[in-house]
Design a protein around this ligand. Structure first.
Ligand SMILES: Nc1nc2c(ncn2[C@@H]2O[C@H](COP(=O)(O)OP(=O)(O)OP(=O)(O)O)[C@@H](O)[C@H]2O)c(=O)[nH]1
Ligand SMILES: [Mg+2]
Length: 375
C-alpha cells in the first residue's frame, strides 16, 4: 500500500555499539506484525544482522531498513551500525530521516559514540529523541540516565514513557502522554492496563513537563498555558508536534525491547508527533553546487536521494532510494547527478523485513529499493 507523504515517518535508530539498536528494530517489526516472532542476536537470525559477517561477529555492519504500520501511519526505521568504522551509512541514514532516535543503555549511560553522533545531528538541526534501554538489567537506572543525558548534551529530556520498577523488579512501561500502563508478558507483546496507583504521582509530574514542552510549540499555546496553567489534550498534541518540528525539546522513551517493553508508547508517539516529511525541510545542491532548500512535494517533477547502492548477483544494481519530489513509478528514467548520466529505475520495491514487495507508484518521503540496470 502506498501512503500519502503526510502519513509517513522516517526514523534513524543510532547510538554507541551494542546499545540494543538491532534488538529494538527486531521487536518493533514483531510489534508491527511484520515478523511472527522476534529473534535474538545470539540466534544469528535477526532481520537486520543478516550477512554472514554480521552473524559471525554479532554486530551490525550495514544499515537495514524496515517499516511498520501504526494508527494509519507508515513508520520507516533504519537500524544503523554502532561502530564508527561504518560511519558513512549512519550519516546517510540521518540524511534520509526526519528524526533520529539515539539509544542509551540504562546502566552504562551516554557513551562516547553517542556523544559524537549527537554533535553530528546538532549540525543538521533535525529533531532527536533518546531511548533509554535495557531497563530490565540489574543496576539500570532511568533517572540517573536522564541526568547523564542532561549533563552531557545540555538539554532537558522530556519523558514520554516511564519504567515501572527496575532490574529484577522491572514490570513494564507507562505511556505518560496517553496515561496507560504496559506490563511485560514474557515473549508476548506488552499488555495494556490502567496506571497503578503507586505510579500516579510520577505520571502527573511527568505530564506537567510534557505540557510545558508542548506550550513551546507556538505563541498562542504559550499564552493559553500561562493563562490557564494547563493545555487540553488536543492543544498538547498540537504543541508537541510543533515544538518537536522546531527541535525545541528532546523526547525520552523508556524500555526493554528484549522483553517487548516500551514499544507501543514509542510507536504511538512517532505516529502522532514525529516530523511530517511534508513540512520538514530538506536541502540539495543546485547545478553550481550551492545548497538550496527542497520541500518534499508530490506535485513537483521527480527527484530522489540515493541512500545506498548494492550489487546483487541476480538483480544487478539495487539502489535504496528516498523519493523527494514527484512520484516514482516503475520504468522511470532520471539523471544521476553525481555521474551526470541517465539511469532507468526498473521497479519500486518495498522492503518489509526480509520480504520484498513490488509497488506501482510511490509518494515522496518513501524509502524503496529500486533495481536500475544500465540503459
Ligand atoms: N537485558 C537486555 N538486553 C538487551 C536489550 N536489548 C538488547 N540487549 C542485548 O544487548 C546486546 C546488543 O544488542 P544489539 O541489538 O545487537 O545492539 P546494537 O546496538 O544493534 O549493536 P551494534 O549494531 O553492533 O552496535 C545483545 O546481547 C542483546 O541481547 C534489552 O532490552 N534488555
Ligand atoms: Mg546492531
Amino acid at each position: 500500500m502506498s501512503h500519502s507523504t503526510d502519513k509517513i515517518r522516517n526514523i534513524a535508530i543510532a547510538g554507541h555499539g551494542q546499545t540494543g539498536k538491532t534488538t529494538l528494530f527486531e521487536h518493533l517489526l514483531f510489534a508491527g506484525g511484520v515478523i511472527p516472532r522476534a529473534e535474538t542476536l545470539e540466534s544469528g537470525k535477526t532481520t537486520s544482522d543478516s550477512t554472514p559477517e554480521e552473524i559471525e561477529r554479532k554486530i551490525s555492519i550495514y544499515a537495514a531498513m524496515g517499516h511498520i504500520e501504526r494508527n494509519g501511519t507508515k513508520i520507516n526505521f533504519f537500524d544503523t551500525p554502532g561502530s564508527v568504522d561504518f560511519n558513512g551509512s549512519i550519516i546517510l541514514s540521518f540524511r534520509a530521516s526526519e528524526m533520529a532516535l539515539l539509544m542509551v543503555d540504562g546502566k552504562s549511560g551516554v557513551q562516547i559514540e553517542t556523544v559524537k553522533l549527537w554533535k553530528n545531528l546538532e549540525g543538521s538541526g533535525k529533531p532527536k529523541g533518546v531511548f533509554i534501554t535495557k531497563l530490565d538489567n540489574d543496576q539500570a537506572d532511568f533517572g540517573k540516565t536522564l541526568a547523564d543525558i542532561k549533563e552531557k548534551f545540555k538539554v532537558e529530556p522530556v519523558p514520554i514513557s516511564l519504567p515501572m520498577g527496575s532490574g529484577g523488579g522491572f514490570k513494564g512501561i507507562i505511556d505518560v502522554l496517553h496515561e496507560k500502563a504496559y506490563f511485560t508478558e514474557g515473549d508476548a507483546l506488552e499488555k495494556e492496563a490502567a496506571v497503578p496507583d503507586e505510579f500516579k504521582n510520577a505520571v502527573s509530574a511527568a505530564r506537567e513537563k510534557l505540557i510545558e514542552a508542548a506550550a513551546e510549540g507556538d505563541d498562542s499555546l504559550m499564552e493559553q498555558y500561562i493563562e490557564k496553567g494547563s493545555l487540553s489534550p488536543d492543544e498538547m498534541k498540537k504543541g508537541l508536534i510543533e515544538a518537536l518540528a522546531q527541535n525545541k525539546y528532546v523526547p525520552a522513551f523508556a524500555g526493554a525491547p528484549l522483553k517487548n517493553s516500551g514499544l507501543f508508547p514509542l510507536l504511538d508517539f512517532i505516529a502522532d508527533a514525529a516530523p511530517n516529511p511534508r513540512t520538514a525541510k530538506d536541502t540539495a545542491l543546485d547545478a553550481e553546487g550551492k545548497e538550496i532548500p527542497v520541500p518534499i512535494d508530490p506535485d513537483k517533477p521527480f527527484s530522489a536521494l540515493v541512500i545506498r547502492t548494492n550489487y546483487d548477483q541476480f538483480s544487478g544494481k539495487l539502489s535504496w532510494i528516498k523519493v523527494i519530489t514527484g512520484k516514482l513509478a516503475a520504468d522511470t528514467e532520471a539523471v544521476n547527478v553525481s555521474e551526470n548520466k541517465k539511469e532507468r529505475m526498473e521497479n519500486c520495491i518495498h522492503v518489509r523485513a526480509r520480504n520484498l514487495k513490488k509497488s506501482e507508484s510511490l509518494m515522496p518521503a518513501t524509502w524503496v529499493l529500486s533495481p536500475n540496470p544500465p540503459l
